[in-house]
Design a protein. Structure first.
Length: 117
């Protein structure tokens, strides 16, 4: 089950690792995404700090880590074709994280949707 950060990232637990992606709300606000720059496998992720840049036709935006850990995988499809985020943001992960040591207070889907109003 996905949980959401106040900065519009989603987190989904997959065994001992976590997937992180952008919420559908975030991708709609950004507009057409044309480029994504991510940290590399093995890089540390620090809760609350930027781990990616997303370039859209509107602007370049930083993406913030909703947890701390080590990047164990990077979604190559996103790097090659950033538009996949616009096609299905809720099912397009950016990075996979292991050895998680800290998490933001994440919201359940209903709480997150309510916070957008």
């Amino acid at each position: 089950m996905k949980k959401y950060s106040p900065t519009h990232e989603w987190v989904e637990e997959c065994g001992e690792e976590f997937l992180i992606g952008l919420s559908d709300y975030a991708q709609k606000e950004l507009g057409d995404i044309v480029f994504v720059n991510l940290l590399d496998v093995g890089d540390p992720l620090i809760c609350g700090e930027s781990f990616a840049d997303v370039e859209s036709v509107k602007a370049v935006s930083e993406i913030y880590a909703p947890l701390s850990g080590i990047i164990s995988a990077v979604n190559q499809e996103v790097l090659e074709n950033a538009a996949v985020i616009n096609e299905d943001a809720e099912n397009t992960w950016l990075v996979k994280v292991k050895d998680v040591t800290q998490r933001m207070d994440l919201l359940e889907a209903e709480e997150y949707l309510a916070s957008l109003k």
